[in-house]
Ligand binder design. Structure first.
Ligand code: NIG
Ligand code: FE
Length: 397
């Protein structure tokens, strides 16, 4: 069995504080890491490193777990650059542009959609992302939602059925009928390709009753729950997500004290509901950022993700989100890096990614920088020099 040693590591982020590492990131120095059969099998003092078939010299760079991007919408066609330009000139974001992308997506061939998914997945990987959740939600017919998920499943196990993204034009004024379709034939067609079900619970999209109905039948079909909640205004989404045991409620931009208390209460349970913050969306819609400090200080488990989509956040870059979280949301660099790695893993209820310790998947990145601090300190700079996914180097050195 071929083995691979990563050594000359400047700083190793383990996310395992109990390992004797420093702080919540479990920082370790002077260590090397051994990979076999796609798994981390040993981490220890570099001077005791076992012999290996191959070696990667990290050249004093920081080594981190690969980013876990737990929220992305990659199955779409077309772009909405003009809508972005209009927003930068003062237009508000309402989510209404979703229907533009639905039209383009329905008209696209499978191969066009596949090319976009692969291109964005590869783009994300070059920036350190090794686990990526991908949603449907721009098809909104039985056939188009099923094919979106089938294509997403070609590149990730973390696929999410978001038939309840908006009510499509052909159901205008008949939301109950559309929810019936989502809960019936669309769910049946989508479920074989999906691990999760999601709803855009927001004024102008789906209300609390619709959201509860869809999540309940999705759960009965064996899917885990996640939710777009409290993005554009206050609402019932976060509380509903916690009540139903969702793995994550995403956006969390407009929260009441009751919402924060509900999330904090869930954080002490065995299966907490994570608050996933998506600062790329606030950046790209020129909106106020979520109050990350309020959530962290209340003890809520926080994740960071890109929300990569052609409307509200067309970035695949987790380093960009880390930098935004630090500069604009007052997260410390350590909190932001944890949220983008271990936090994302919690949001997907995964224990095999988001940390580096013996037994986990060998998903990691090597930076052209000595510490994780540089991800926020050097915004916009391509610092990721190498990525291992399942132990396989992805970039040419
Ligand atoms: O997460 N909020 C709903 N869905 C996406 C936006 C999709 C779009 O504008 O195309 C989001 O921001
Ligand atoms: Fe989203």
């Amino acid at each position: 069995m071929s083995s691979l040693l990563v050594d000359n590591i400047g700083e190793l982020v383990t996310n395992v504080p109990a390992a004797g590492g420093d702080g919540p990131l479990g920082l370790r120095r002077g260590v090397a890491l051994l990979v076999e059969a796609g798994r981390v099998v040993w981490i220890g003092p570099a001077r005791y490193a076992p012999a290996a078939d191959r070696r990667i010299d990290a050249e004093g760079g920081a080594v981190l777990p690969g980013f876990v991007d737990s929220h992305a919408h990659l199955v779409f066609a077309g772009d909405r650059a003009a809508e972005f330009a209009a927003r930068m000139a003062g237009e508000p974001y309402t989510g209404g542009g979703i229907r533009t992308t639905v039209g383009a997506t329905r008209a696209a061939s499978d191969d066009d959609l596949r090319d976009t998914v692969h291109r964005l997945r590869d783009e994300a990987m070059r920036q350190g992302t090794t686990t990526m959740e991908i949603k449907s939600g721009y098809g909104l017919t039985v056939a188009d939602e099923a094919r979106s998920l089938r294509i997403a499943a070609e590149v990730t196990a973390e696929t999410t059925f978001l038939g309840a993204h908006v009510v499509p034009a052909e159901y205008a004024g008949r939301p109950d009928d559309y929810v019936g379709l989502v809960c019936g034939p669309m769910l049946t067609a989508a479920a074989p390709y999906a691990r999760w079900v999601d709803v855009f619970c927001e004024r102008g999209a789906f209300d609390a009753d619709h959201t509860r109905a869809i999540l309940t039948v999705g759960q009965a079909a064996g899917l885990g729950l996640r939710l777009h909640a409290n993005q554009l205004g206050p609402g019932p989404g976060v509380r509903l997500g916690v009540e139903l045991g969702a793995a994550s409620v995403d956006h969390c931009t407009h929260l009441s004290d009751v919402d924060v208390d509900a999330l904090a209460g869930s954080a002490t349970t065995t299966d907490p509901t994570v608050a996933t913050l998506l600062p790329g969306a606030e950046f790209s819609t020129r909106s106020p950022y979520p109050d990350a400090r309020r959530l962290l200080d209340a003890g809520v488990t926080v994740a960071l993700a890109t929300d990569c989509n052609p409307g509200s956040s067309y970035t695949s870059s987790m380093p960009f989100c880390v930098a935004l979280a630090v500069r604009e949301m007052r997260m410390t660099p350590a909190e932001a890096v944890w949220a983008a790695t271990a936090g994302g893993a919690r949001a997907l209820r995964r224990t095999d990614v988001g940390a580096l310790r013996p037994g986990v998947r060998a998903d990691l990145m090597i930076l052209d920088a000595p510490s994780h601090l540089h991800l926020a300190y050097r915004p916009g700079v391509p610092l990721v020099r190498q990525v291992l996914h399942n132990g396989v180097p992805q970039c040419r050195l």
